[in-house]
Design a protein around this ligand. Structure first.
Ligand code: SFD
Ligand code: AMP
Length: 637
């Protein structure tokens, strides 16, 4: 068809032992570790990423801190911190496992060349040689991390070999085994650069495509569209593909609403913890002190210990000001820098100012754009803070994800929390890590990489244990091809019906479909426009609208490969959104005030709801099943 030289994709089929889907922190951890365990075993291992690994995923722009490093801390204390932050419901076996292994990963990063800040006198000593890191908080260490992802990806590439890495391939779905629906046998995707569809068969795979961004209408619309805090290219693929394959999800009601520098989404951690900046309301009041009494209401303070409170509770105290017209919330950067400068030489002060900029230049460049564009010098002028739109993730201060098999050597772990292979979901052969693992937040970049390593070791064992098993896909190649290229066909077959390609009753553009999703989630599922509130009635409407949206998604058009990518990203977002909505509907309490409120169940209700909520989805009937799973405390208070 003239002008549209695509639509007849070449099909590339490949059979592997292990496929790693994603090229982010968890995937790189797996890529590095897997070669250590599979040496001499003649396993075929491949990694596939929708983007270029050097700059893919959440760490694309770099980071300024590694937020999980134990050092002299006890992993049991780490579990206590995560439990406090996530309001009392976490898989302590998984969190402890990350805590006891994470430092080895950070040591590898330093060994590969990542500059880690050291305390005066220790500048030339590596961490493994006794060098003391500069800590911004108890768990966080500062880095010069603009090239963090390059460094980690380089190690992953060297380990796997670039011939075993396929970039620019977007995986659309997992395919279950023909003879055993509780098992995965393959995955299918397409090249975002060429007219090619890839069909992989494997013994097992690691699904590590990050969290879900742009499910909710973002605060940045119109001229600001495209800006978000979490990486816009992570579209819920992990959750959607795993759930569709039948894997059990857990805590998918949880979300992360970070307080961020307004409009540029600059993270606040270094400002609060390292620079010791204070935030205040419009009247210059310390709203955390002013609103501390709120923690006594609705049992919200159950897990707050003195000044240490969950991230959602810090939001809750801030949101009270915004609800009462006491905003804007201000981050007092000038006072913080002036206080630090009191004991500094002019040269040190210049360095401090540079660090203030570098925090964002290394991690969230858009924030520097805002500062430069609005003539804000942080040492002279304050900045606004704002809670962002919600994101679904399992590695930062959130715990949405999948239910996975944990370690077996921690006393008191229920038997059914472990089924042989660490990191395997409830679907045989399907592993996950990082943002994919639910009920175990606060892993961050280092913990996600570590979970990838743990999963890699298990996958090698799985591949060996299943050496003679042959994968058979439940769908035919023709059917898969038909499904994946449906948006292209929608376009090519109907594009001449009108003279304006974006206006056509026979298809919907990915952009418009995304707007519809974001509007539903924003207005009915506790987005920013309702100040993060919802109730059963709103959720009932959301359920109906999401059902129709899912039907209409079959009409999405793709006029080029970029739109094909957008079409499938949106589909993944819709499934992730539906899971989130169903979980919020099921949990009849407000567990995470400051992340979202069930206005019809205002209380945190430990008696009935200190439990995991787990879900499964049947892609044939489109039905969800939800259940409560008892929480078990393994580490004493
Ligand atoms: O400041 C497909 N994070 C921070 N971690 C820290 O340790 N320190 C910080 O300072 C952190 N901060 C921070 C962080 C993230 C962001 C965006 C900012 C600031 C601005 C969190 C970590 O980055 C995060 O925990 C990990 O990266 C999570 O790792 P992982 O592997 O679960 O996700 P990923 O790295 O995003 O990788 C996802 C990969 O999947 C690919 N992909 N590939 C094929 N097919 C598909 N369908 C795919 N969909 C996605 C992606 O391309 C990518 O390779 S601060 O705020 O606290
Ligand atoms: P952020 O920049 O908000 O993503 O946070 C980075 C790290 O600092 C995370 O480990 C947060 O939990 C922690 N953090 C951020 N703000 C605060 C705060 N006000 N008090 C304590 N910890 C914080």
């Amino acid at each position: 068809m003239a002008g549209y030289e695509f639509g007849n994709p070449e099909v590339v089929e490949e059979e592997l032992d292990v496929l790693i889907i994603g090229g982010g922190m968890a995937a790189c951890g797996a890529a590095v570790e897997i070669m250590r365990w599979s040496e001499g075993l003649d396993l075929k291992i491949k990694l596939v990423d929708k983007a270029a690994m050097d700059r893919s995923g959440a760490v694309a722009q770099g980071l300024s801190a590694i937020n999980t490093y134990m050092g002299d801390n006890d992993p049991a204390d780490y579990v206590r911190m995560v439990r406090t932050d996530l309001m009392g419901i976490i898989r302590e076996d998984l969190v402890y496992d990350v805590g006891r292994h994470v430092d080895g990963s950070v040591h590898l990063f330093e060994h590969w060349g990542l500059p880690i800040w050291k305390r005066p006198g220790d500048e030339d000593k590596p961490l493994t040689g006794g060098g003391k890191p500069v800590r911004s908080g108890k768990w966080q260490i500062m880095i010069n991390g603009e090239s963090y992802k390059w460094i980690v990806a380089e190690a992953a590439k060297k380990s796997l070999g670039t011939e075993n890495i396929q970039e620019h391939v977007f995986i659309v779905k997992l395919v279950n085994d023909k003879n055993d629906p509780s098992r995965v046998a393959g995955a299918v995707g397409f090249s975002v650069r060429e007219d090619k569809v890839y069909i992989y068969k494997f013994k097992c795979c690691l699904l590590v495509c990050g969290g879900a961004v742009n499910v909710f209408r973002p605060r940045s619309v119109g001229e600001g569209q495209g800006r978000a805090w979490y990486p816009v290219w992570n579209a819920g693929s992990t959750y959607a593909m795993a759930l569709e394959a039948g894997a059990e999800g857990t805590m998918l009601e949880n979300r992360f609403v970070p307080a961020r520098f307004k409009d540029g989404y600059g993270p606040v951690g270094a400002w609060f913890l390292l620079f010791k900046a204070k935030s205040m309301n419009a009247n210059g009041e310390d709203y955390q002190a002013k609103n501390a009494h709120l923690l006594k209401e609705h049992n919200y303070g159950t897990y707050a210990q003195g000044h240490s409170m969950g991230t959602c509770l810090r939001n809750h105290l801030m949101m009270e000001e915004l609800r009462n017209g006491e905003g804007p919330i201000i981050m007092d950067t000038p006072s913080a820098l002036a206080k630090l400068a009191e004991t500094m030489t002019p040269k040190e002060i210049k360095h401090l100012e540079a660090e203030a900029w570098e925090d964002f230049l290394d991690m969230t460049i858009g924030q520097c754009g805002i500062w430069a564009g609005e003539n804000i010098e942080p040492d002279k002028e304050v900045s606004e803070l704002m809670p962002t739109e919600p994101y679904l993730l399992g590695s930062h201060a959130g715990c949405a994800g999948l239910w996975v098999s944990g370690p077996t050597d921690i006393p008191g772990v229920p038997e059914d929390w472990s089924w042989g292979y660490r990191g395997m979901t409830t679907i045989t052969g399907l592993f996950t890590a990082g943002d994919g693992v639910g009920a175990s937040g606060h892993k961050f970049s280092s913990g996600s990489f570590t979970e990838g390593r743990l999963a890699a070791k298990s996958m090698v064992k799985f591949a060996l244990d299943n050496k003679d098993w042959q994968p058979e896909l439940e769908d035919s190649v023709e059917d898969l091809l038909e499904e994946i290229y449906r948006p292209v066909r929608n376009f090519l077959e109907r594009k001449d019906y009108t003279t304006a390609i974006d206006v056509n009753p026979h298809y919907v553009t990915p952009r418009m479909l995304q707007f519809r999703l974001q509007k539903i989630m924003d207005e009915y599922v506790a987005g920013v426009s309702t100040m993060y509130q919802t109730n059963a009635k709103y959720l009932e409407i959301a359920e109906r609208k999401l059902g129709m949206l899912k039907e209409d998604s079959l009409k999405t058009r793709a006029k080029d490969l970029h739109e094909l990518l957008r079409a499938w990203e949106n589909y993944h977002r819709i499934i992730a959104a539906e899971a989130h909505m169903k979980h919020i509907q099921f949990r009849e309490e407000t567990r995470y005030p400051g992340y979202y409120y069930r206005a019809d169940y205002r209380d945190l209700d430990d008696e009935n709801w200190r439990v995991f909520v787990n879900s499964t989805y049947d892609r044939k009937t489109k039905q969800w099943s939800l259940r409560k799973v008892p929480y078990v405390q393994l580490i004493k208070d």
